[in-house]
Design a protein around this ligand. Sequence first.
Ligand SMILES: Cc1cc2nc3c(=O)[nH]c(=O)nc-3n(C[C@H](O)[C@H](O)[C@H](O)COP(=O)(O)OP(=O)(O)OC[C@H]3O[C@@H](n4cnc5c(N)ncnc54)[C@H](O)[C@@H]3O)c2cc1C
Length: 399
Amino acid sequence: MDFQPDAGLDVFREEVRAFLRENLPADLTGKPVGSVRSMRPDLMRWQKILNRKGWSAPYWAKQDGGTGWTVLQRLVFDEECVAAGAPTQDGFAHKLLGPVLNAFASDEQKAAHVPAILNGDRLWCQGFSEPGSGSDLASLRTRAERDGDFYVVNGQKIWTSYAHESDWIFLLVRTNTEVKKQAGISFLLVDMKTPGITVRPIRSIDDCHHLNETFFDNVRVPAANRVGAEGDGWAITKFLLNNEHASAADLPILRRYLIQLRKLATTQRMGRDPLIAQPGFAQRLARLEAEVSAVTMLVHRVAALEQDHSHAAHAMGSILKVRGTELQQRISEFLVEALGDYGAVAYPEPHDPCDGEPLPLQGVGRGIANEMFFRRASTIYGGTSEVQRGIIAKMLFQL
Ligand SMILES: Cc1cc2nc3c(=O)[nH]c(=O)nc-3n(C[C@H](O)[C@H](O)[C@H](O)COP(=O)(O)OP(=O)(O)OC[C@H]3O[C@@H](n4cnc5c(N)ncnc54)[C@H](O)[C@@H]3O)c2cc1C
């Protein structure tokens, strides 16, 4: 691991900044991007712009149609996009499903889905969790029974983020009840327009609609949409979840929070003095800055381990998930506190433009209360902190 300044990375950062300056349309910027996937039309439009540049898949290898960037280049790209206020990408398609397709899918499946992902023509959601099967995912009960060239799917998924605005879902189903539970799971790609799928909204604590219950009632899915062999679903899932943990710290978001806090430190007053003049505020800010630096070091460490294909990257990814998400919660809470009365403003939807809103902290305060509430869930989704601690203990103490 090398912490020397990397001149090559600085040149790359300048290239990304120049690209963003020239290609990111002003009307796509400045919408809150922290906790939520950007609005469908914005995300799709931005994805096409990235695709024209050849930067549509920063997380994929070159031979798969990606940029082939190193982990640190990806980090720089994400940071600059967040700082410029660019729309998000479809994380489900790019960070989770894409690597699975590249590693396990048939050539026909790749041809059917990869170009649409690269060009932002098709958005995806993740159908894993069920009522009673979250941490213990292998206990899932949604059945897929073979009927000729089709599977007939029956069951229920829950917490399906963005199911209501996704075109396809990648789904874990039980295809065999006779074997060990992990061995009876398969991985299907399902068109959300297939008859028999019902999506019901779940309104979350941030007063927004990202989450859903998704019901499958005799849904006929072509057997050709199964990725890997029947029963391979668990191995594919382990591969996918490793990727999910490793990116969950969301360092660009942590850094954006710090920039917002620093801005508030000088613009928000307590009495006649700026917040930063309060010793309590300054000390807390300094501590959080130090903790974000520590997470940054950890990200570099994981990057180095991943580059060397080291097994330890997995446990480190879990440490990153726990530390990063706990910091997301603490910093977003501090932001709301620092905003004082304005922190209590709840916006009905985080994408609301708030035109005409007389907030003195316009551009800083908007959507922060929603985001702070949403971050309560960050230590749950992608594997809870308790489960991550179990993984870390197992790896470190070789249990
Ligand atoms: C905002 C949000 C978005 C989500 N999006 C999606 C999505 O798009 N697709 C999807 O499939 N799922 C999604 N999820 C579901 C998420 O993956 C699960 O909530 C998570 O895996 C936990 O499962 P659970 O909710 O069933 O809780 P449970 O597994 O029932 O856990 C309950 C409690 O028990 C603890 N616990 C459980 N097992 C252990 C253990 N072995 N050791 C120690 N403690 C344990 C947990 O830490 C937790 O505190 C989302 C969840 C949230 C909150």
